[in-house]
Design a protein around this ligand. Structure first.
Ligand code: SF4
Length: 295
């Protein structure tokens, strides 16, 4: 059996930057993080051992003033900054610059059109409802943006009002274009077509991974996809691997290696590939590799 780790898998730029910020700020004193810093339980545990305390919104409202709170790469809605300011909390803002730019674009669009009373516009976000990044994006529109996940939800839009479409950074490019085509097709049947502005705001750091990941999955007999169960990106990329290699197994921790692989028949020539999501640390893929070698 040969084992290889995909060199293109692992943290994206935004997550790496947030983790570096946390490690550097922890050297200065106590630090809280609003929500899991990354959707990977093992990496969260590693940083918690160094002193990072993960908190939720209720905790934020009761922290003593001068506490230091790190905002993760997903970004936050304006209300979070407001609460922090009211409570005298110091914000360490590790919002990914790509997400920040998207928040700014959505806010500018909202501010430009919010007073169009004759035909009130709709800001639509192609994304996962309740996802931290999406909550941050909705917040830029005073929570008026409509979030849809697929073409099946188009009945939630009013095709008599202009549509300004944006995407959560980690959604699939194909899904976004399918949505745009479906909206165009609805509009083309109208007597007086409405305006559609579609902004493809998908992060290429993720989108470009699909091809590389699928090439890696094809090149192996068995693929171990390492990812956190809470990570949307992990779910999407895992599905991309399964599409090209049905022998792809989702695994969250080295402890699952024996159980998940017990039914498989390994030959000396079996090629096992280990890959992961943008939230999967390299050290975790290496730990899975070591466990596999030892089993
Ligand atoms: S996926 Fe892209 S936008 Fe999202 S945190 Fe990573 S680099 Fe930033």
């Amino acid at each position: 059996m040969t084992i290889s780790i995909d060199s293109n898998s692992g943290f994206c730029f935004g997550v790496t930057r947030a983790i570096q910020a946390a490690e550097s700020e922890l050297q200065k004193g106590s630090l809280y993080c609003l929500g899991d810093i990354v959707h990977n339980g093992q990496e969260v545990a590693r940083l918690e051992l160094k002193g990072l305390a993960t908190i939720d919104y209720d905790d934020l409202r009761t922290l003593p003033s001068h506490s230091r709170v790190l905002l993760r790469a997903h970004g936050e809605p304006p209300s979070t900054y407001w609460i922090a300011q009211q409570r005298g909390i110091e914000i360490i803002d590790a919002t990914c610059p790509v997400v920040k730019k998207l928040q700014d674009r959505i806010r500018a669009c909202y501010e430009t059109h919010k007073n169009d009373e004759t035909v009130p516009p709709q800001i639509v976000i192609y994304g996962k409802p309740g996802h931290a990044e999406v909550i941050g994006l909705q917040g830029q529109t005073n929570n008026t943006a409509i979030v849809i996940e697929s073409v099946d939800q188009l009945d939630r839009l009013d095709f008599h009002r202009p549509i300004y479409l944006f995407s959560q950074t980690t959604k699939s490019v194909e899904g976004f274009h399918a949505l745009v085509e479906a909206i165009k097709s609805k509009i083309s049947n109208l007597k007086s077509p409405i305006a559609l502005e579609a902004h493809d705001t998908i992060c290429r750091s993720v989108a470009n991974r699909v091809k590389e990941l699928q090439a890696f999955a094809r090149a192996n007999d068995i693929v171990l996809f390492v990812g956190g169960t809470k990570s949307s990106n992990a779910k999407v990329l895992y599905k991309n691997c399964v599409e090209v290699n049905p022998n792809t197994i989702f695994i969250s921790s080295p402890d699952e290696v024996e159980d998940k692989l017990s039914t498989l028949n390994f030959q000396p020539s079996t090629r096992v590939g280990i890959c992961g999501a943008t939230s999967t640390p390299l050290w975790l893929m290496e730990a899975v590799s070591e466990r596999l070698s030892a089993s």
